[in-house]
Design a protein around this ligand. Structure first.
Ligand code: PLP
Length: 423
């Protein structure tokens, strides 16, 4: 068969873009060569509906071992009792949890999307907001911090079946213990979605949700630095029906409800090539090298936040405990959309993002979200953060000046020259 030059030229162009630019999207990272190799392996050819040892297809002996390794490594990494590595994405992990725990129309209490929550936590444009009855908690206007009293109040008045602790754009640690107290006070199931800070949590740098939350979901491709995908975990509440009436009054174990929520509930064949890549990434995350990487991600984010504040930028909550920050650009007289577009011209990639109490639409927004997982994988350190912030500032101050933006792009290319794509 003739090589598909059209597609491979595009892949090469994307590789060049990733190599020469500064990647500040908080949810992105660069996987290692061996993660990439596993993801591009012959395992993509295999059907394996079911779970290790209980498949609906023959010839699964090898992929059974692969999937079991992924499960075992994830259990060690997170000190989990139950793991399902099959969700194709973070969204599908959440879909499966909802399917296991809820009936359509049940109330869910999630973090407001415009305050930093995720689409799958009850947004009206997502299955979670269409199928269930979503209510929201948010941050305090004065501090930008989650208002736990408000969470407790909302729980008391709305009596949700499920509470979600987790965010896509929240730069502070979460108090999972407090969330559990609130959940217990109304008999709700508590789900932590740690898609963003999973790598930091795995290495003990942030609060661990597993001792407190009934169920934990994550993506595997953000701070965890694995292939794109999702995962579901349980800690001490494994196989404990929490004294709650589960779906349809069933007494089935939560683990089997979750497993069937994934397959056959909302997926068919698992992506065993991606599961192999997840296993490789978990193996990497178990090393001390990964601990040093995560510590550097956090140090870089703190240094970046400080540099932004020095230049008069308003970071929601004033700083960061993790790998990212949300910047309100209203005092800089530029929208998130214009900032994103100008930064892309200067080869700095960020995403526009709503900020708490935003007066602009999600297509325009008043803010940008930036993070350090990807640039830390490239080998950048605290001292480089000041220089990156200076470049971002130059773009924001001159966002309509294409010549200036081109000059910044040249500086960006020089900064990234010679830096390996992988740590
Ligand atoms: N949950 C949170 C908190 C996220 O930030 C994301 C992704 O951004 C997801 C779930 C969904 O992950 P995916 O894009 O893999 O569906």
């Amino acid at each position: 068969m003739q090589r598909d030059e059209q597609i491979f030229e595009l892949i090469e162009a994307e590789k060049e873009r990733q190599l020469h630019g500064i990647e500040l999207i908080a949810s992105e990272n660069f996987v290692s060569d061996q993660v990439m190799e596993a993801a591009g392996s012959v395992l993509t050819n295999k059907y394996a509906e079911g779970y290790p040892g209980k498949r609906y297809y023959g010839g699964c002996e090898v992929v059974d071992e692969v999937e079991q390794l992924a499960i075992d490594r994830a259990k060690t990494l997170f000190n989990a009792e139950y793991v399902n590595v099959q969700p194709h994405s973070g969204s599908q992990a959440n879909t499966a949890v909802f399917a296991a725990c809820l009936k359509p129309g049940d109330t869910i209490l999630g973090f407001d999307l415009s305050h930093g929550g995720h689409l799958t936590h009850g947004s009206p444009v997502n299955f979670s907001g269409k199928l269930y009855n979503p209510v929201f908690y948010g941050v305090k206007k004065e501090t930008g911090l989650i208002d736990y009293d408000h969470v407790a109040e909302m729980a008391q008045t709305e009596k949700p079946k499920l509470i979600i602790a987790g965010a896509s754009a929240y730069s502070r640690d979460m108090d999972f213990k407090r969330f559990r107290e609130i959940a217990d006070s109304v008999g709700a199931i508590l789900l932590a979605d740690i898609s963003h800070p999973a790598g930091l949590i795995a290495k003990g740098i942030l609060n661990d949700p597993l001792p407190h939350c009934h169920i934990v979901t994550t993506t595997t491709h953000k701070t965890l630095r694995g292939p794109r995908g999702g995962m579901i975990m349980m800690g001490k509440d494994f196989d404990n029906p929490f004294g709650l009436t589960l779906k349809n009054g069933s007494l089935r174990k939560m683990s089997s409800l979750l497993d069937s929520g994934v397959f056959p509930g909302n997926q068919g064949g698992p992506l065993e090539h991606i599961i192999a890549a997840k296993a490789v990434a978990f193996g990497e995350a178990l090393t001390d090298e990964f601990l040093h990487y995560m510590l550097q991600v956090k140090k870089n984010a703190a240094a970046m936040a400080e540099a932004f504040v020095k230049r008069g930028y308003h970071i929601i909550s004033g700083g960061t405990d993790n790998h990212m920050m949300l910047i309100d650009l209203r005092n800089k007289n530029i929208t998130g959309k214009d900032a994103e577009q100008a930064l892309v011209k200067a080869e700095i990639t960020v995403n526009k993002n709503m900020v708490p109490f935003d007066d602009k639409s999600p297509f325009v927004t008043s803010g940008i979200r930036v993070g350090t997982p990807a640039i830390t994988t490239r080998g950048l350190k605290e001292a480089d953060m000041e220089a990156i912030v200076a470049l971002v500032d130059e773009v924001i101050l001159n966002y309509e000046d294409d010549t200036k933006l081109e000059q910044v792009a040249n500086k960006v290319n020089t900064m990234m020259e010679g830096l390996p794509l992988f740590a």
